[in-house]
Design a binder for this molecule. Structure first.
Ligand SMILES: [Zn+2]
Length: 199
């Protein structure tokens, strides 16, 4: 692992992320059944990356960079991935970290977390495809009269297509193709179908 960490020469594992992403098991190649019922040749297991504080520190720096001069008071993420990310990004911005949790079809604040009127808040998330969870957090903040000031994502699986209407930044653009089972090329090849673990 040490080979890929940032060192004094300025080398960062983000200069060659594919190797780390494969070795840590974040990027899985195969034939996967998605929760949508579609099939895919690639799956992201973001928690595999979040178990290494060194990598999260480097990512957090990238995620925080566009928002350093934006007067961010608080960073929020949807649980679970957003718990770790909001903490690290907030640490690097000198801000506060909280997280939102799903309740029915909404995201809510629990555990006594509060936001102030007009408080500038950055939303972070590990991976976004349709952006549903992030949008729910934005809606939550607006309902509490806070100001969603931006969105910072590790993996944008939509290749920039997702639009929250506020400044959005991602570390990686990684469009992952998915197929209807009837049209799946991996099914046609006879590759066994896997269900990703831990969903
Ligand atoms: Zn298939």
């Amino acid at each position: 692992m040490d080979d890929y960490m940032e060192n004094n020469s300025g080398y960062s594992w983000l200069d060659d992320p594919e190797k780390v992403l494969k070795e840590t098991g974040v990027v899985l190649d195969g034939h996967f059944l998605l929760t949508s019922g579609k099939h895919s040749n690639r799956f992201l297991q973001c928690s595999q990356l979040l178990q290494y504080p060194e990598y999260v520190e480097t990512l957090g720096s990238k995620m925080a960079a566009p928002f350093r001069e934006q007067d961010i008071k608080t960073v929020i993420g949807p649980a679970m991935g957003g718990v770790i990310l909001s903490y690290e990004v907030a640490r690097q911005l000198g801000a506060r970290a909280i997280y939102a949790e799903p309740e029915g079809n909404l995201m809510v604040l629990r555990r006594g977390f509060k936001v102030g009127s007009g408080e500038r808040i950055l939303v972070v998330e590990d991976a976004v495809s349709t952006g549903g969870s992030v949008q729910k957090v934005i809606d939550l903040l607006r309902s509490l009269d806070a100001e969603p000031a931006g969105v910072s994502i590790i993996f944008d699986r939509s290749s920039g297509k997702v639009d929250f209407g506020i400044p959005t930044s991602s570390v990686f653009n990684m469009e992952i193709k998915s197929y209807d089972p009837s049209e799946c090329p991996l099914c046609k090849e006879g590759t066994p179908l896997e269900k990703p673990k831990g969903r």
